[in-house]
Design a protein around this ligand. Structure first.
Ligand code: FES
Ligand code: FES
Length: 166
């Protein structure tokens, strides 16, 4: 076992990480994108493939609490780290306050961008519980909504930020 929680076998490596609070191990090509491994090997399809080029934010997950584009990261790079996908955000069956805010403001149409946006916002609020409007907008710029549901998204983000202040 290497220091980065990986074990090499031929062209594949065994990589261990914590996924939604549970230890997980995959044996695969270490260069594969984290997004692919989550969706295809681990059946976590809440993480979406949008552009595949680290531009749209649809594939955002949390890695050690930070928002990360899983299409732009190799699975090897998350060895030993804590990963949270949208499926792991409400482990007790209760929606996360950010999810509640999105529902309350009807902040999605097709919903394709939503899981990435929710996780991006969770990361922002955990780092900055009282974000300024500029910080909110800066976060939004990294998440494209193809349905152009931005007005309700902004309302949801403000609602979530207000709830986080309480
Ligand atoms: S699919 Fe990863 S940023 Fe668009
Ligand atoms: S709600 Fe459809 S892409 Fe955002």
């Amino acid at each position: 076992m290497a220091a980065d929680n990986t074990l090499v076998t031929g062209m594949e490596k065994t990589i261990t990480f914590t996924l939604n609070g549970q230890p997980r191990t995959v044996t695969t090509d270490p260069e594969r994108r984290l997004l692919e491994v989550l969706r295809e090997d681990l059946d976590l399809t809440g993480t979406k493939y949008g552009c595949g080029e680290s531009e749209c934010g649809a594939c955002t997950v949390l890695v050690d609490g930070a928002a990360v584009r899983s299409c732009g990261r190799s699975v090897e790079s998350v060895g030993g780290k804590q990963i949270t996908t949208i499926e792991g955000l409400s482990p007790a069956g209760r929606l996360h306050p950010v999810q509640e805010a999105f529902l309350a403001e009807q902040a999605f149409q097709c919903g394709y961008c939503t899981s990435g946006m929710v996780l991006g916002l969770v990361a922002l609020l955990s780092r900055k519980p009282i974000p300024s409007d500029a910080e909110i907008l800066s976060r939004m710029e990294g998440h494209l909504c193809r349905c152009c549901g931005y007005p309700n998204l902004v309302k949801a983000i403000r609602r979530a930020a207000a709830a986080a202040r309480k």
